[in-house]
Write a protein of this length. Structure first.
Length: 211
């Protein structure tokens, strides 16, 4: 988020390192939206899901998951170029992420509403879970929508919309219904929620080990 504060070009350059969409024409708000969507999705793919499979199947399970997820990241796009082999990669990844994605959304909701959270939310925990259930299923992916919906609900904003991937137009269904400017404070809050969700997942693993 600091890059977006410095300049538009710096924001585009930095966000291009973590997203698959074309970033050359993104506005400031589109840069921030892309970063937040990716932050939520990568919490699931990069942290919660590997730990989930580590807890369930040990190190072999975690390594197998990472290979599946990497293959999907490289090939799982709905474009003419990747539609055949990419479809298989995406389906395998969908199965591997089904439970972790929903667990991620739950952890994010809990992380945002536990007593030590700073600030005041537009929703309570019960309303947040309803929001996740409503919008999580609207994403083109059966899994990515859940952590994205969790973050959109926490920030009371809207994700999704039109993008370009490898020169091809792609429209993602909207998650949330409040279109508002995203700020650096929102970005900082999202990072805080992610960190707390990670801590909750680690503590879950410690508890499972002790049991």
């Amino acid at each position: 988020f600091c890059a977006a504060d410095r300049s538009l070009e710096e924001g585009r350059r930095q966000v291009s390192r973590i997203v698959g969409r074309d970033t050359s024409r993104l506005s400031d708000q589109e840069i921030r939206t892309a970063a937040l969507e990716t932050l939520a999705e990568n919490l699931s793919d990069g942290v919660i899901a590997p730990l989930f499979w580590l807890y369930v199947l040990g190190i072999p399970g975690m390594l197998t998951y990472k290979m599946i997820n990497t293959m999907d990241s490289m090939l799982g796009y709905r474009t003419e170029r990747f539609k055949d082999f990419g479809r298989a990669a995406a389906r395998i990844d969908d199965a591997a992420n089904y439970l972790p994605a929903r667990l991620t959304a739950l952890l994010m909701a809990l992380a945002a509403y536990i007593p030590f959270r700073k600030g005041k939310s537009a929703r309570n925990l019960k309303e947040e879970l309803r929001f996740i259930r409503r919008y999580g299923r609207m994403h083109a992916s059966p899994n990515s929508g859940y952590p994205e919906a969790a973050l959109a609900g926490i920030l009371d904003c809207r994700f999704g919309g039109p993008h370009h991937y490898f020169g091809e137009y792609c429209f993602k269904p909207y998650i949330g219904n409040r279109l508002r400017p995203l700020t650096t404070t929102d970005m900082q809050q999202a990072v805080t929620v992610n960190r707390r969700a990670e801590i909750l997942m680690i503590l879950t693993g410690v508890l499972l080990y002790l049991l």
